[in-house]
Design a protein around this ligand. Structure first.
Ligand code: PA5
Length: 452
């Protein structure tokens, strides 16, 4: 059963007339995207039809053999998988069945040290994921895990336990994988990190964790069909892009994704990267400085009702909301009847926790709508692979369309690349000396306003 995307509560903030004024522009955009796709420029659109035989074979071969799966990767090489694991296995560490997933995106040394101390290398499978094959954080943790596996499981054991996902030809990791004779999986050309969850980047570890890879791709294919119309009002990716663009122009520059389910919270985190890295740009396509980019925020219901809702409701009207809801939770609990004399408690008895949760979600949506806040309501009848695949594809296309409307390139990330290069310079990577000099010339404080 597919997701429902309801934009009804966006329209009052923007007017249908304003939305309709984009119709011609969107038809032209649709034609441009079609041409780019035909020329191989939007390969993420073709992922639903990919062959996953190799990665499924690998998952079958390794099934049941390891207690732990450690994934080394960051940004687009980590966030999609984290979202998949939370949505389709469990968001609750204490309920996770083997293989347990550990994603080392952050290389906080304490995190890495404690993980190495906690795991048995013989029981651990590692998947290192980096499209460029050069990212410092990922390569450093790869070197550490390479040594750890060889010491704990022997050279052959290391080779058996280390799976590599990287570019098919470029990058240091590709060379190392060949030298070390490791099993490799290719990130398709032209699919950037944050658009790569439905490539082996997300699908290989997903298959190793028992997630329904075919279901994910079937969901993505269904959404590709649902977003194939050039007509704005018939295409949820285009309509979402237009509404966000109207929001941007009208000063609503913060995009809150409020997940009403622990399972959906990391999907909002995945979206946070997709939206921020794709749309936050200094230059437009003509090279003029534009400095655009809405700020994505993730939020969790009901928790943030008691933390952020006050701001959302009564603070500045500078946000657009996307509320994620679940039709039926996989578990529920009756609330016991007790204390009939206490009216503030007695009414709860006889309801279920799900009824309370859904009432809170409904009440929050109503409170925001009453205040005139623009809101898209996304409903997952059940959180299954098909629905999650649909969700990914919808937002990827919406992001590309939003980038087009902003006049920027949503598929690059020059700011991230620059940060990577400055760090290379600081750590003495040959060829990056100039970056080091550049960094040292930037004063980050002269101590005059420093306390302590
Ligand atoms: O979306 C992106 O391109 C980035 O977030 C990358 O995924 C991230 O920087 C990691 O890059 P790589 O996969 O090359 O290690």
């Amino acid at each position: 059963m597919g997701i429902t995307i309801d934009f009804g509560c966006m329209i009052p903030a923007f007017s249908l007339q304003a939305v309709n004024s984009y119709a011609g522009k969107l038809r032209a955009l649709h034609a441009r995207l079609g041409e780019r796709r035909a020329a191989g420029g939007l390969p993420f659109c073709d992922l639903p039809a990919q062959d996953t035989g190799g990665l499924k074979d690998c998952a079958r071969r390794l099934a049941g053999r390891f207690a732990n799966l450690v994934v080394l990767g960051i940004g687009g090489s980590a966030l999609g998988l984290i979202a998949l694991n939370s949505a389709l296995r469990t968001p609750h560490r204490w309920a996770e069945k083997p293989p347990r997933l550990y994603v080392l995106d952050n290389i906080d040394p304490e995190r890495v040290r404690t993980l190495l101390d906690a795991l048995d290398p013989r029981q651990t499978l590692v998947n290192v994921i980096t499209k460029s094959g050069d990212t410092a954080e990922t390569m450093a943790s790869f070197l550490i895990f390479r040594e750890w596996l060889a010491a704990g499981a022997g050279e052959a054991g290391y080779r058996e336990r280390m799976l590599v996902t990287t570019d098919r030809a470029k990058g240091a990791l590709r060379r190392i994988a060949e030298e070390d004779r490791l099993a490799t999986f290719a990130v398709p050309d032209g699919v950037g990190g944050r658009f790569s969850v439905l490539t082996p980047v997300g699908l290989l570890p997903a298959a190793l964790l028992g997630i329904d890879v075919d279901g994910l791709l079937a969901g993505a294919a269904a959404m590709a069909a649902r977003t194939s119309s050039p007509e704005l009002l018939a295409n949820p990716a285009y309509l979402g892009a237009v509404l966000h663009h109207l929001g941007w122009l009208g000063g609503r520059r913060i995009s809150v994704m409020l997940a009403y389910a622990d399972r959906l919270y990391d999907l909002a985190d995945w979206y946070r990267q997709l939206w921020a890295e794709s749309l936050g740009k200094r230059l437009d396509l003509d090279g003029a400085e534009v400095r655009v980019g809405p700020t994505p925020v993730r939020s969790l219901g009901v928790t943030d009702q008691h933390s952020q809702l006050q701001l959302y409701k009564e603070g500045p009207d500078d946000k657009i909301y996307t509320v994620l809801r679940v039709g039926a939770f996989p578990a529920d609990l009756p609330i016991p009847r007790a204390f009939p004399e206490l009216e503030a408690v007695a009414y709860l008895g006889g309801h279920t926790l799900q009824e309370l949760f859904q009432a809170e979600a409904r009440a929050t949506e109503a409170a925001l709508v009453k205040e005139g806040r623009p809101l898209t309501s996304v409903s997952f009848p059940v959180v299954d692979a098909g629905a999650v695949g649909e969700f990914f594809f919808w937002l990827e296309l919406q992001t590309v369309a939003a980038g087009e409307l902003l006049g920027i390139n949503p598929l690059d990330q020059p700011g991230v690349e620059e940060g990577k290069q400055l760090a290379y310079g600081l750590l003495g990577r040959p060829g990056y000396q100039a970056r080091r000099a550049e960094l040292e010339a930037i004063r980050t404080g002269d101590g005059r306003l420093s306390f302590g």
